[in-house]
Design a protein around this ligand. Sequence first.
Ligand code: XBP
Ligand code: MG
Length: 258
Amino acid sequence: MSELRALLFDVDGTLAETERDGHRAAFNQAFGDYRLPWHWSERLYGSLLRITGGRERIAHFAGEYHPDWLAQADAAAQIAAIHSRKNQHYQELLRNGGIALRKGVRPLLAQARAAGLQLGIVTTTSRGNLEGLLAATLDAETRAAFRVCVAGEDVARKKPDPECYELALAAMGLRPEQALAVEDSRNGLLAAHGAGLQALIVRSFYFSDEDFPGALSVVDDFRDLNLGELSREFERLCRVTVSDMTQSVGVPDTVLVQ
Ligand code: XBP
Ligand code: MG
């Protein structure tokens, strides 16, 4: 038996519905800026979400649909430039208040803090996007409560690789059986499980029909959650497979927001 000490939140799809009208729209704007005749429809974007990371997603799409373009000598540099432009568009949207937190997120954060749980963020998106979302949606005190934030730049391998969760646990000084991941995607679930964490799934627009084998619980809405019940279920099911590895890993400065 182990006690729940921390909640680790995924961002895209979980804290906010950022993908369809946020990242996707920004990718399309960037394609236009670079005069590429590419357009990611809602449906196509859903299938591209299997590839985590914006640069990786562009490269995968080009390989599938425009292999001649990808064969150019400077394709990697072009992808980096397109991705950077996409993030500028996305962050402008955030500054303009274009993306809200999902309903029920704020009360859950308040309940978790009142219950003495630590909070962390484990995302595949770029750090600037994460900071832009938090700045646009949360007050400074709540932002400061996220002591550990792991972003896409902090890892060598993105979700479904468990590296991001391992890094967060190490930074918080926690063992896997002391933290619960809050995710919306299969890749996120795999990353959490790979690091030995249990995961709560809150279904999002793009993963509404997905199977989530082994999840602690799958709900449609944050407002369906009861933190007390969740903690009890967590503690009942928690595997007691303690890994000392997480306590001996150093904490890179880049992982800490403050
Ligand atoms: C989200 C992602 C990201 C975003 C785009 O993962 O896979 O790639 O779609 O962000 P998570 P970038 O739900 O784990 O946050 O373009 O900055 O990669
Ligand atoms: Mg997600």
